[in-house]
Each structure stands twice: as structure tokens, then as C-alpha cells.
Design a protein around this ligand. Structure first.
Ligand SMILES: NC(=O)c1ccc[n+]([C@@H]2O[C@H](COP(=O)([O-])OP(=O)(O)OC[C@H]3O[C@@H](n4cnc5c(N)ncnc54)[C@H](O)[C@@H]3O)[C@@H](O)[C@H]2O)c1
Length: 332
């Protein structure tokens, strides 16, 4: 595979400029890619433009980027017609999580892009092996799973479906460095990919603990924030076990695994809330209750936190110790 690794030579098309598509567009523009943002739904383009502008302004205000929004907006062209994607070398689909809608989008993308353009989906849960059948060359189709807001978070999964060429996955993985990501390459498709499998295992256990009245929602959140939340941003799961002694983990696993929840369906805690129309911060009713205006305050606090934790995480990349060794050597 002989593909450019210079972002300015790689036009990227983003289809669907909703919540995620907008922040992905910002991420691509900050990396220096020419961006075509396609918003297929009538009347949505103006909303997307405002969202992109606001992201760039917040990024500038928080010192993430050296230039004001106008500098990066020059790289982003908003469009409504699929034809505008014809020169794009990478397509990132981020439309509503509905298999039929995504299939139709891929069919239309496939009609206009060149046969070797890479096509990707930001699906949260639809298998890549299923979606890749929507295009004529499924070997150049991948999952690219982002975390909102894509221009500040460090997470990105590159997912190969059954028919994807591993080489193209490795190419996207290498580009992720320009996108300021610590990417994860999922070499074989699996439902939920990597991050959601880890997260949902924890969600299931958290709900089991509350449903069994072992602890309150608040206290389970506290345990999570101060154990997983404290150590994992630096170490991850395996490094943490190495760091704290894997022999004792093995012993605990022998005793604890048989007692962990292996529920095959969501239990009463979440089902009761959702059946009564609960949508979390979006309507004030979730595992917690929210008063008027509280959603905006959580958003404000989360935005500030996202910039701060990003700064901290950048000081502790996966190879932090390798870098410390090199530093030590150069001083000797
Ligand atoms: N929001 C997140 O945190 C998050 C994280 C990871 C992945 N995702 C995935 O990203 C994708 C987009 O999610 P979002 O949160 O940005 O959703 P959103 O509702 O904010 O945006 C959806 C987009 O789909 C477009 N759309 C809706 N109906 C369409 C149709 N019939 N044809 C073409 N386009 C249509 C909308 O115009 C909009 O641009 C989903 O697949 C979602 O699962 C979201």
C-alpha cells in the first residue's frame, strides 16, 4: 500500500455532522486535512456550522490550538451533495445509528468515491463485517470509533471487519498520530469492539451491585471514579495488574469470578427508568434526578475536565517510561 502520510494531501469526507461528526470534522481540520463535511439532512447544515465554530472557539480559548477559528474553518467545506466527496481519500460516516440509513449512505458514497478510497464508519455497535457489505470493495472498509468530543479525547478504535485488509487498518492506525490519538487496532471484528466490551462489563457489574442493594448509585460511582478513574488513565488494565502484582490478581480471580454478574439482559434498575421515559440529563430523569439547567452545568464541567485531563494524559503517554529511560541515558 503506497498511501500518503501527509494530512494536507489526504482530503477527508465526513458524512453526518451531528454531535460526533462535527467534532470529528474539527479534529481532522486541526490535523491539517482538507475536510468536506456532508450534512445530508435538510436544515441541519447551519446547526453543524455553529457547532463546529463553537468547538474551535473553545479549543482556542483553552489553549488547545494557537489560532482562532477562522484559521481552521478554511480547511472545512460544508456540503449537501454526495458528489462533493468524489476526491476524498478517506470517508468517515457518522450518521444516525440505524443500519438501513448507514447502508444507504454507504451505497451513495460508493457511487462517487474512487475504488481505493478508504471508507469508515463511526458505528457504536453495528458489526463492521455487516456494514462493509454495503460497498463494492469491502476490503477497504473499516470501523473508526471515536469518543466525543473527538478533537479533545485521545481514544480511537480502528476496526477491521472480516473482509478488511489489515494493511489499510495499519495505515489508519499510523495516521491517528496526526489526529492526536492513542489508537487501538482491532484486528478481528467483535461485537462492541474493545472499549465498549470493557465498559459494558463494568456497567453490568455496577447495576448488579445496586440492584442487589450492596451499595447506592452514588457510592458505586465513587468507587469507579477513585479506582478505575484514578489509575487507568495512566496505566490501563494490564499494566496496572503488572504494577500491583499479578500473582495476587490470579488468586482473587479464582474466588471472585464465579460471583460476578453474568446477566444476559439488563436488569430492573435501568429497565424501570427507561420504561418510564427516563433519558438521563436530557430530561432530568436518570439514575440521578436533574433540576432545570443542571445538564448545562454538567456539560460545562465536563468540557473543562476534558481539556484538563487531556493535558495531563499527554504528559503520561503509553511510552512514558521509555522516554524517562532515554532522558536518563542522555544525561549520563
Ligand atoms: N455521541 C457519541 O458520543 C458517539 C460516540 C461514538 C460513536 N457514536 C456514533 O456516531 C454516529 C452519530 O452519532 P451522533 O451522536 O453524532 O448522532 P446525532 O444524532 O448527533 O447525529 C446524527 C447525524 O445523522 C444524520 N442523519 C439522520 N438521519 C439521516 C438519514 N436518514 N440519512 C442521512 N443522515 C441522517 C443527521 O443529520 C446527523 O448529522 C452514530 O452511529 C453513533 O452511534 C456516537
Amino acid at each position: 500500500m503506497n498511501k500518503s502520510k501527509v494530512p494536507s494531501d489526504i482530503p477527508v469526507g465526513i458524512v453526518g455532522l451531528g454531535l460526533m461528526g462535527s467534532s470529528i470534522a474539527v479534529c481532522m481540520s486541526l490535523a491539517g486535512h482538507p475536510v468536506i463535511g456532508l450534512e445530508p439532512m435538510d436544515g441541519q447544515k447551519e446547526k453543524s456550522r455553529k457547532r463546529i465554530q463553537a468547538h474551535l472557539q473553545t479549543a482556542y480559548n483553552n489553549g488547545l490550538v494557537p489560532n482562532p477559528p477562522s484559521h481552521y474553518l478554511r480547511n472545512i467545506q460544508l456540503a449537501s451533495e454526495y458528489e462533493n466527496l468524489k476526491d476524498c481519500k478517506i470517508i468517515i460516516e457518522s450518521v444516525k445509528e440505524d443500519q438501513n440509513i448507514k447502508f444507504e449512505v454507504f451505497r451513495r458514497v460508493d457511487e462517487v468515491v474512487s475504488p481505493d478510497a478508504i471508507i469508515t464508519s463511526n458505528t457504536s455497535a453495528i458489526p463492521i463485517s455487516t456494514l462493509q457489505d454495503a460497498v463494492s470493495n469491502p476490503q477497504r472498509f473499516y470501523g473508526l470509533h471515536w469518543m466525543e468530543p473527538a478533537h479533545t479525547t485521545r481514544f480511537l478504535e480502528v476496526i477491521c471487519g472480516e473482509k478488511s485488509d489489515l494493511e489499510g487498518g495499519e495505515y489508519l492506525y499510523s495516521l491517528a498520530e496526526f489526529w492526536q490519538k492513542e489508537a487501538v487496532l482491532v484486528r478481528k471484528d467483535i461485537r462492541g469492539f474493545i472499549a465498549n466490551r470493557l465498559m459494558y462489563a463494568m456497567y453490568r457489574e455496577a447495576m448488579f451491585l445496586v440492584e442487589g442493594e450492596y451499595a447506592s448509585v452514588e457510592d458505586v460511582d465513587r468507587a469507579c471514579r477513585n479506582v478505575a478513574g484514578f489509575a487507568f488513565p495512566m496505566m490501563g488494565v494490564f499494566r496496572w495488574m503488572d504494577f500491583t502484582g499479578i500473582d495476587s490478581y490470579k488468586k482473587v480471580m479464582d474466588e471472585l469470578f464465579p460471583t460476578l454478574s453474568n446477566a444476559k439482559a439488563p436488569g430492573s434498575l435501568i429497565t424501570d427508568i427507561v420504561d418510564k421515559g427516563g433519558r438521563g440529563v436530557f430530561n432530568g430523569k436518570g439514575f440521578y434526578e436533574y433540576s432545570e439547567g443542571e445538564k448545562e452545568l454538567w456539560e460545562k464541567a465536563y468540557t473543562k475536565f476534558a481539556f484538563e485531563i487531556r493535558d495531563l494524559a499527554l504528559q503520561y503517554p503509553h511510552d512514558v517510561v521509555e522516554k524517562m529511560k532515554e532522558e536518563k541515558k542522555s544525561k549520563e
